[in-house]
Design a protein around this ligand. Structure first.
Ligand SMILES: Nc1nc2c(ncn2[C@@H]2O[C@H](COP(=O)(O)OP(=O)(O)OP(=O)(O)O)[C@@H](O)[C@H]2O)c(=O)[nH]1
Ligand SMILES: *[C@@H]1O[C@H](CO)[C@@H](O)[C@H](O)[C@H]1NC(C)=O
Ligand SMILES: *[C@@H]1O[C@H](CO)[C@@H](O)[C@H](O)[C@H]1NC(C)=O
Ligand SMILES: *[C@@H]1O[C@H](CO)[C@@H](O)[C@H](O)[C@H]1NC(C)=O
Length: 471
């Protein structure tokens, strides 16, 4: 049945909504008004965290846009005071880098859809690749949650909507005084006794957690550590769940030594990275991935982030502010800890001493293939190529310049000093998402998600270079 069909005409219902909206706005509650505070706040780009003084308390953050509130009110000291007694919620953390955290949270939102629970998304917090001093970045400061709510027709909260937390500009975002105890599920392997810690996230939110292992029926046969979406939904479905969570036995206790069974009002998970429908592991690499197709694909960057990335692209391509960005090919060259993948052979040219990564010519061959395909498929003749990488050596980047390719020199731009450590990979990610062609590094999720955006947002094409194979 359509909303508002309870014997009243659509027009009457609409009028009533308008009147209600005006009352609410004039009463100063502000729940139904669009996200004014948010956009104001996100316009203030503040320099790196370590040099900041305490900022005034952040303005109230309206959780939803044109939707009834799904919390009781403004953020409260204890999260339970703000959860509605007629609504069920879901949350989870990530103990990984930016892309893995993104995939984790997208999976969590999808599980919320499957289990009829309102997702509460945590901020990005340092766990891998990024140092603790980088601080936190709220998910909604990077991704347009209003758009996602509309696309998915569902309520989505952030932790800052629910609980009174230190802002991203606070000197110590991990010092939340009010600590709530809670029982959560861990998806850790059957043979492991260690939940994923997500220490910085958990300290930021102020939680003291007792974990219980998910039951084995939710594990993907033969594909540990993968677990399955439909089974997890059955496990946490609010009404008549598949098993009674009060009958479970906790794996770990809270710091006060208490064993808590998994919370039913707010279902929580240490990690939802290794989740798939049950067909194949690493489903994000597959066309049918629901985490990507249902949620990830609909997570667009905020206008503020797009504007910043645009100014970087203008500069990288040597344009002026009024020029259009030319259609381009992006290359993501993952180095750093991927070094381990090339150890078995040293099959490639020697660059910068003992480097065993594939040479730039391997990426160049794929660029040529993509140029041909784009010409055939879209009648596009593309000459601009931009490179992103976690490589820091000047020799590498000078080689990039020698190929006629451009790049963002984050050192010269002082990206980290201006915006904090998260912004170098973030800006590179957003720039990548505008490409018509993409050459990535095989088995890098940073590349993978970039490729999916290029494919689904622009009908673009991609190729991968394998570090293991050397080409
Ligand atoms: N600035 C920048 N940093 C990068 C780039 N590629 C990788 N990194 C860094 O390396 C990290 C690795 O990728 P993450 O996004 O953390 O995620 P991950 O899931 O570990 O990614 P993979 O290890 O690539 O599968 C990023 O968070 C960055 O810190 C890049 O192109 N530009
Ligand atoms: C649920 O919350 C509402 C509003 O806060 C309250 O009136 C009601 O009594 C509560 N119901 C239960 C079962 O606690
Ligand atoms: C392809 O593009 C060129 C120049 O951009 C144009 O002149 C030509 O008509 C296009 N061909 C087709 C089949 O669209
Ligand atoms: C990047 O910028 C830094 C600082 O200006 C400079 O020292 C470095 O040589 C630049 N890298 C390249 C490859 O141009």
């Amino acid at each position: 049945m359509a909303m508002g069909a309870h014997g009243l005409s659509r027009r009457t219902v609409l009028m009533m909504r308008v009147v209600l909206l005006m009352i609410v706005v004039f009463a100063g509650i502000g729940y139904l008004v669009p996200d004014v505070h948010h956009s104001l706040k996100s316009l203030t780009i503040v320099p790196s965290l370590s040099r900041l003084c305490p900022t005034p308390p952040s303005p109230p953050h309206p959780p939803t846009n044109q939707r009834p509130a799904v919390v009781n009110g403004l953020p409260t000291k204890r999260f339970r005071d703000n959860l509605r007694n007629d609504t069920y919620y879901i949350t989870g953390w990530a103990s990984a880098g930016f892309t893995n955290a993104f995939m984790n949270f997208a999976n969590m939102i999808y599980l919320g859809k499957l289990s009829d629970r309102v997702p509460i998304v945590p901020p990005f917090a340092p766990a891998a690749h990024i140092s603790k001093s980088a601080g936190i970045v709220p998910f909604g400061d990077i991704f347009d949650l209003d758009l996602l709510r509309k696309e998915l027709n569902m309520d989505i909260l952030e932790w800052r909507d629910v609980k009174d937390l230190p802002s991203r500009y606070s000197t110590d975002p991990y010092a939340t005084a009010e600590v709530d105890e809670i029982g959560c599920w861990t998806t850790t392997k059957e043979s492991s006794n260690w939940p994923a810690p997500a220490t910085n996230t958990v300290q930021h939110i102020g939680l003291d957690i007792s974990y219980t292992k998910i039951p084995n029926f939710a594990r993907m046969p033969d594909y540990e550590p993968f677990v399955m979406f439909p089974e997890l939904a059955a496990l946490v479905y609010p009404r008549d769940p598949y098993i009674d969570p009060t009958k479970t036995k906790a794996l770990t206790k809270t710091s006060k030594g208490e064993s808590l069974t998994p919370d039913t009002h707010l279902a929580c998970f240490d990690s939802l990275y290794y989740v798939a429908s049950g067909v194949r592991a690493y489903e994000w690499e597959r066309s049918w991935s629901p985490g990507w197709n249902m949620v990830g694909k609909n997570l667009h960057f905020t206008q503020t982030m797009e504007n910043l990335a645009h100014s970087y692209m203008v500069k990288a391509f040597g344009l002026t502010g009024n020029d259009d960005i030319p259609k381009f090919i992006a290359i993501h060259i993952r180095h750093g800890d991927f070094h381990g993948q090339c150890k078995p052979h040293s099959h490639t040219e020697v660059q910068d001493g003992n480097d065993c990564f594939p040479p730039l010519s391997s990426y160049g061959h794929r660029v040529d293939e993509i140029k041909e395909e784009l010409l055939a498929k879209h009648n596009l003749s593309i000459s601009s190529v931009i490179v992103m990488s976690d490589e820091t050596s000047d020799a590498f980047w000078n080689d990039v310049i020698a190929q006629g390719w451009v790049f963002v020199n984050h050192t010269a731009e002082a990206t980290v000093e201006k915006y904090g450590e998260w912004y170098a990979p973030l800006l590179d990610t957003i720039i990548q998402s505008h490409a018509m062609g993409f050459v990535g590094t095989k088995s890098s999720t940073f590349s993978l998600v970039g490729e999916r955006r290029v494919q689904d947002w622009h009908g673009g094409v991609y190729r991968d270079v394998s570090i293991r194979d050397g080409h």
